[in-house]
Design a protein around this ligand. Structure first.
Ligand code: PMP
Length: 432
């Protein structure tokens, strides 16, 4: 009998070891990690250089409380992180995960509004579907009904705009008019709410688990940034899943040359070696908050030296192994293979993604985009069959959490062609 409990009573085998792109359970069965955990283990498992860096840090110190000490490890990671962010974003605050980071970004934004005499701004607009975390603050801006509804009475309702699902709306994502159409919905919402009451817009640059690697239509992200600027609304990019090389750039924002106000990082940022997240904010924004009385926020483990040493070593490995480039190259190779699967398996209605943030969606009908009947639970069945065959992939409901079935295929960025073959051969058999 296990004393652990998670989301469901379903039990998975005990994990024994993990190396590179593979994991082994205690019975010696091998699994290819086709989802990097939950899009986390970007540099693969048990990277020896990261383990060495952690060992070296552990021998020096494992904890220094933030109000008593800075550490070399946190200073170093902050500098490395800022250097990877757009110009003028040099201020970093560490936390232990994605939800904490999202909450931190929202609280920093609010304290900035207060510091600059805009205390009327408190509404945070987000999109539906979206996922920003499971704590009550992050959940309040998450657009995924089954996760949020039970807690609705406990959270302040926040405005949402539709995530641009051009393929469902019959629009061409390559047509700039499509991007403009969805961005206009944000502006309309800001105007409806009253711009002076809107604090921030939070967005995943490429949709994550809630939409299945949904890439924004051409022009959308740039238009969104322009609209936010014009209305004094802070732009917060949730790069928890898209960051650390996943989309073929270190940050997804590089695809569109964006300069947001706050960037949120976690997952691949420490690649599963330690719990770590961060927010990176514009210098002037943080300066205003600090001058205005300080950042009223903080977690006991913020800036933990072991976590930060691991984070720096992960960034080193991403650079040394040229993983951002590999994500782009292997992403293109994976897309070709998934397109090939779609040609053989009519149940695949859409293949999408950027870099190695890839997904496909299963549908009952390509033309009408009708989803499979929800009771079939097709996404979970495919995940379970693949798991039995030794391939781990990640799935969710595509359409607001209620129906639709997408499978995310997001292996570690260290994959080669042979791993992609293994992934697609297994998916082929599982789909059959
Ligand atoms: N934001 C995004 C985009 C995510 O994908 C996730 C996790 N799936 C989170 C926030 C929350 O991160 P965590 O689970 O580490 O709290």
């Amino acid at each position: 009998m296990s004393h652990l409990f998670y989301q469901t009573s379903q039990r998975r085998p005990l994990l024994d070891q993990a190396r590179g792109v593979y994991l082994w359970d205690v019975d010696g069965k091998r699994y290819l990690d086709g989802s990097s955990g939950a899009m986390v283990c970007n540099i693969g498992h048990s990277n020896p250089n990261v383990l060495d860096a952690m060992r070296r840090q552990m021998e020096k110190s494992t904890f220094g409380y933030r109000l008593h000490f800075e550490t070399e490890a946190s200073e170093q990671l902050a500098a490395r992180t800022a250097a990877l962010c757009p110009e003028g974003m040099n201020k970093v605050f560490f936390v232990s995960g994605g939800s904490e980071a999202v909450e931190s970004a929202i609280k920093l934004a609010r304290q900035h509004a207060l510091a600059v005499g805009q205390g009327g701004r408190w509404k945070v607009i987000s999109r539906s579907p979206s996922y920003h975390g499971c704590t009550l603050g992050a959940l309040a801006i998450t657009g995924y009904a089954p996760l949020t509804e039970p807690f609705a009475p406990m959270m302040r309702a926040m405005p949402r705009v539709p995530a641009p699902r051009a393929y469902l709306d019959g629009l061409d994502p390559a047509d700039p008019a499509t991007g403009a159409h969805y961005a206009a919905m944000l502006e309309a919402e800001i105007l409806a709410q009253g711009p002076d009451s809107v604090l921030a817009f939070v967005v995943e640059p490429v949709g994550g688990a809630s939409t299945g690697a949904l890439v924004p239509p051409v022009g959308y992200m740039e238009a969104v940034q322009e609209i936010c600027r014009r209305h004094g609304v802070l732009l917060i990019l949730d790069e928890v899943m898209t960051g650390a090389g996943r989309t073929g750039r270190f940050l997804a924002l590089e695809h569109w040359g964006l300069s947001p106000d706050i960037v949120v990082l976690s997952k691949g940022f420490a690649a599963g070696y330690v719990p770590l997240g961060a927010i990176v904010a514009r210098d002037d924004l943080v300066a205003a908050v600090l001058e205005g009385g300080g950042f009223l926020h903080g977690f006991t483990y913020a800036g933990n030296p072991l976590a930060c040493a691991a984070g720096t070593a992960v960034i080193d490995e991403i650079a040394r192994l040229d993983l951002v480039q590999n994500a782009e190259t292997m992403g293109a190779a994976l897309r070709k293979r998934l397109d090939g699967l779609a040609a053989r398996h009519p149940v695949i209605g859409d293949v999408r993604g950027l870099g190695l943030l890839m997904a496909f969606e299963m549908m009952a009908d390509h033309d009408s985009k009708a989803p499979l009947p929800a009771h079939l639970n097709a996404h979970q069945r495919l995940v379970d069959i693949a798991y039995d065959m030794g391939l781990i992939v990640y799935s969710r409901r595509t359409r607001d959490g209620i129906e639709g079935d997408h499978i995310m295929v997001c292996p570690p960025l260290i994959v080669g062609e042979q791993h992609l073959d293994e992934i697609t051969d297994t998916l082929d058999a599982a789909l059959t």
